[in-house]
Write a protein that binds this ligand. Structure first.
Ligand code: MLT
Length: 400
């Protein structure tokens, strides 16, 4: 027996458990201290009432023989038709027309961003932005795939563009970006689509944060770009949109037009899913189906507005301190430069020890993230205001 030795090439720990273990160790040494966590992008508001009501109704369905549900409906890729139709309707509002067969209900974006690799050869070269959500890199290391990085820097506004000299087969794009909060314009996405088409590559577009885009001129789906259906797969989630980080539900769109070597990727993914995935629970799917109803949209917009207020608070604090940052406008993340030339982990320790505030070190998202630090707007108003007060006191005093 041989293990998959590619796993030995991973870092000892995934980023977020590493941050959590450092915080837990600190808390153990300082048991009475109130630590405020603005690190992992986990939501704090409860599920919207419209979702809870739909889930209650679904629980009642499960209690009666006539409406009880077992395995999900095979013909619709384990997605219930009302949920699939609500996803399709949400895309139609963005001007994107999708057939039912193109939408696959998942248990969240993270799983599919890794699982989708099953349908691609391990010989493919993958291009990943740096810094970015670390799950992309780790999933490809596990598969032993060759990884190239496109560097996101202050100079390119943290939005790397295609380079014709680089040949990649699989391209990850995350917009609005985690961790930097930068968002590609339609024009910029057009360039990526053109690159993918001329290189026979496939784009894996992570749209988990699309609901945070407030500028109507910015695209929220890669499929808003003409020609993208022939070269892209879009992966999204209800986690950040509707507070499903613990409930787990998302969707992956594999267009019928997407073929490579004469083979439909939609067919490969459907075959993969019917073998390795048994679907998302009925109760969860009925909750998710309530998200894109008229009332659902209104209620989740209120929750997103709440997090936007937090982002504004953090931005105001950084502005007052004269600290450079991006994000926070069309994204729940603020990406700040570490003060006094500190490295990302030095600033992590400094902030934890002196302000009892936790963020995520930029270098954890990739080499180009060194010297930067991510704060999330997903906390409560009270904790965000208190964190801003502590950061202002600490960094303001350090300046004066
Ligand atoms: C993050 O903090 O980057 C995300 O919440 C992690 C995730 O979505 O898995």
């Amino acid at each position: 027996m041989k293990i998959n030795e590619n796993h030995l090439n991973l870092k000892e720990s995934y980023l977020f458990p590493l941050v959590a273990s450092k915080v837990a160790a600190y808390q153990e040494r300082h048991p009475g201290e109130k630590i405020i966590k603005l690190s992992i992008g986990d939501v704090t508001l409860p599920l919207a009432p419209v979702i809870i009501e739909a889930m209650h109704r679904a629980v009642d369905d499960m209690s009666k023989g006539a409406s009880f549900k077992g395995y999900g409906p095979d013909a619709t890729r384990y997605g219930y038709p009302n949920l699939i139709d609500s996803v399709a309707a949400a895309y139609a509002r963005k001007g994107v027309s999708l057939g039912r067969e193109e939408i696959f209900i998942s248990d969240g974006a993270k799983c599919d961003l890794g699982n989708i690799l099953d349908i691609f050869s391990e010989d493919n070269v993958v291009l990943i932005p740096d810094p970015v959500y670390p799950a992309y890199v780790d999933a490809n290391i596990m598969a032993g795939r060759k990884i190239l990085f496109s560097c996101a820097t202050e100079e390119n506004g943290f939005l790397p563009m295609p380079n014709d000299e680089i040949k990649a087969d699989i391209i990850y794009i995350c917009s609005p970006n985690n961790p930097t909060g930068a968002v590609y314009t339609k024009e910029q996405l057009r360039a990526w689509v053109a690159y993918a088409r001329s290189n026979d590559a496939v784009i894996l577009f992570d749209a988990a944060y699309e609901h945070f885009v407030s500028d109507p001129a910015l695209p929220r789906s890669i499929f808003e770009v003409e020609g993208a259906k022939e070269c892209a797969i879009e992966i999204s989630s209800y986690s950040k949109t509707a507070g499903f980080t613990g409930v787990r539900c998302g969707y992956t769109v594999v267009p019928k037009e997407l073929e490579r070597g004469g083979v439909s990727l939609n067919r490969l993914w459907a075959r993969r899913q019917t073998t390795k995935f048994n679907g998302v629970s009925y109760i969860t799917q009925m909750g998710a189906a309530a998200v894109f109803t008229e009332e659902g949209e209104r209620q989740i917009a209120a929750n997103i507005a709440y997090y936007r207020e937090n982002a504004k608070m953090i931005a105001g604090c950084l502005d007052a301190l004269g600290i450079w940052y991006t994000g926070g406008k069309n994204s729940p993340y603020l990406w700040m430069k570490c003060p006094e030339g500190m490295t990302s982990w030095q600033f992590f320790d400094y902030l934890l020890e002196n302000a009892k505030v936790v963020g995520t070190p930029g270098s954890g998202f990739g080499r180009s993230g060194e010297g930067f630090f991510r704060l999330t707007a997903f906390g409560t108003h009270e904790n965000t205001a208190e964190a801003c007060r502590r950061i202002t006191e600490l960094l303001g005093n350090a300046k004066s």
